[in-house]
Design a protein around this ligand. Structure first.
Ligand SMILES: [Zn+2]
Length: 340
């Protein structure tokens, strides 16, 4: 924290850092790709190729922000270095931000950068299951009781002889074979050993290139074993996620935004052994400066789990990831906004 405060005293310090993250080898024009230019008096850059003017924040999630970068950086620091993150209410109080909506939108913008398109799929032995997350809490009423439970797919790598590796989570339209097969092919490498319960929606995974290990609840019951312990990794991750939603966020994650909270949970879970919290801060900022602007309208629009494509996934390749927001389209030159 001391280092952080010494490094980022002013907005100019933050701009320097973002410049270094975005253009480590020097300014590259986002409009024409030309690698040359100079800095103008107002801190923006002018391209020597096309003459376009741009700033280091243009075309990133910091584009046109009215919040000072020092506040953004502190929010990012608290988001990245806190073991369980931070709620919008705590952020508002800690940074003395005027409105809850501003704090809420900052955290959602940070969440939206966490899912890197084309990230690696899980490998080795992977437990897969689906469960309901979010929604009503018994005994709570009013604002706390809003939303409904969302069917969520969970995949967790199982390490030998014990322990867990990385996990992935995504909202599912239903528990049909179409939805579950798409979830598995999007998140698990072919050739992996996929462990599931006896649900019929998992039938046919062999044909998709997996070694399928089905564990029947009925058989476990017959053997006198607890059927709830057939898939210990996914049950552990599901209970951690539910506890995190109730703890850090006090159950305030509404169903429309549950997917982005789960993205944050997965990001944290997969970095739980990271020794340097500063590296996590660096990583979040690196993703933020590489991510296109996220409009407030897009944050407040109701997001429902999309129906998966009607066609079953192909054995080769995998369908386009459903969790990629439409915003993750290729960069267009019209994305550059000139401020001032
Ligand atoms: Zn240019």
């Amino acid at each position: 924290m001391g280092d952080f405060q010494a490094w980022f005293r002013t907005d100019a310090d933050c701009l320097d850092y973002l410049e270094w993250l975005r253009w480590p080898a020097g300014f590259v024009c986002p409009a024409c790709g030309d690698g040359g230019g100079w800095r103008l008096g107002d801190g923006r850059f002018m391209c020597s190729g096309c003459g376009g003017r741009t700033s280091v924040t243009a075309g990133t999630i910091f584009d046109r922000t009215r919040t000072p970068l020092t506040v953004w950086f502190t929010a990012c620091w608290l988001f990245a270095t806190g073991k369980d993150g931070i709620s919008a209410l705590s952020l508002k109080r800690t940074l003395e931000i005027g409105s809850y909506q501003t704090a809420w939108a900052m955290l959602h913008r940070l969440r939206s950068v966490l899912v890197r398109p084309g990230r690696d799929r899980l490998a080795g032995t992977v437990e897969v299951d689906e469960t309901y997350i979010g929604g009503l809490e018994p005994g709570l009423s009013g604002g706390r009781a809003r939303g409904k439970k969302i069917l969520t797919g969970i995949a967790v790598e199982v390490r030998e002889p014990r322990g867990f590796g990385r996990c992935r989570m995504r909202s599912l339209a239903d528990a049909s074979a179409t939805s579950l097969h798409a979830f598995v092919t999007d998140h698990v490498e072919q050739g992996a050993r996929v462990v599931t319960d006896g649900w019929q929606g998992y039938r046919g995974l062999e044909k998709l290139g997996y070694v399928h290990d089905r564990r029947s609840q009925r058989a476990a019951r017959t053997r006198g074993e607890d059927p709830g312990k057939l898939l210990p990794a996914v049950h552990r991750v599901a209970s951690l996620a539910k506890r995190w939603l109730l703890g850090t966020h006090q159950g305030s994650a509404d169903s429309a935004h549950l997917a982005s909270y789960l993205n944050e949970f997965v990001f944290r879970f997969n970095r739980r052994r990271s020794r340097s919290r500063g590296m996590v801060f660096y990583r979040v900022l690196e993703l933020a400066v590489a991510h296109e602007p996220v409009r407030y309208q897009d944050l407040i629009a109701t997001r429902r789990p999309r129906k998966v494509p009607p066609a079953p996934p192909q054995a080769r390749g995998h369908p386009q990831s459903l969790e990629r927001p439409p915003a993750n389209r290729p960069w267009r030159s019209t994305d550059v906004r000139y401020s001032g």
